[in-house]
Design a protein around this ligand. Structure first.
Ligand code: GAR
Length: 208
């Protein structure tokens, strides 16, 4: 069984999707052993506690810079014997020492079809605002490995979602979460835990 550590900062609906998938047996070969939040009082922590999952709060604001924060986080990840680290709405930028310590073992869910609407400044609702501003007709979600470059690691899974003319950023965010993020994140986590993803030349391939 692989130890899955989930990093959160907010509401934790993606964490909930992972918890539900683990309960229903959709995640094969892994279990969520710890949830770490970069924000005190994040609702995601309550979701973990309700399900008997160990939680750690490591507030970003208690640290002077990214490097100090990343070193502290790395210590916890090592203590937890993490096999897989999942960014599930984790909004804190980390120093590269973290992804260098866990190469191709950290995955992130991003609420758009990378390489569109990603990188610095594209997070949470801002992504959906930018999508509506541009007027694209399709958006979606991407699960990818985390590398030192923001939102640029090997893509594991993507799912497209239609943009409607009368969408608000909030309505679009909800559709992207329900129709894409909550589906592809548990799927990617299971594929990883089953050992079915390999990365060659910065591209990922799935054993079908
Ligand atoms: C999700 O839409 C996730 O994709 C996004 O923040 C939201 C968190 O929701 N993450 C990013 O934008 C990271 N770049 P949640 O806390 O309910 O899972």
């Amino acid at each position: 069984m692989k130890n899955i550590v989930v990093l959160v900062s907010g509401g934790g609906t993606n964490l909930q999707a992972l918890i539900d998938a683990e309960k229903s047996g959709e995640i094969k070969g892994g279990r969520i052993t710890c949830v770490i939040s970069s924000k005190e009082g994040a609702y995601a922590l309550e979701r973990a506690e309700k399900n008997g999952i160990k939680t750690v709060t490591l507030p970003r604001k208690h640290f002077s810079d990214n490097l100090a924060y990343s070193k502290a986080l790395l210590r916890i990840l090592d203590e937890q014997n993490a096999d897989l680290i999942v960014y599930a709405g984790f909004m804190t930028i980390l120093d590269r020492i973290v992804c260098d310590a866990y190469p191709n073992r950290m995955i992130n869910v991003h609420p758009a079809l990378i390489p569109s609407f990603c990188g610095k400044g594209f997070y949470g609702l801002h992504v959906h605002e930018a999508v509506l501003e541009k007027g694209v007709k399709l958006t979606g979600a991407t699960v990818h490995f985390v590398t030192a470059e923001c939102d640029a690691g090997p893509i594991i899974l993507q799912k497209a979602v239609e943009v409607h003319q009368d969408d608000t950023p909030e309505i679009l965010q909800k559709r992207v979460m329900e129709d894409a993020e909550w589906k592809i994140l548990p799927k990617a986590v299971s594929l990883f835990c089953e050992g079915r993803i390999k990365v060659v030349d910065e591209k990922s391939y799935i054993d079908l």
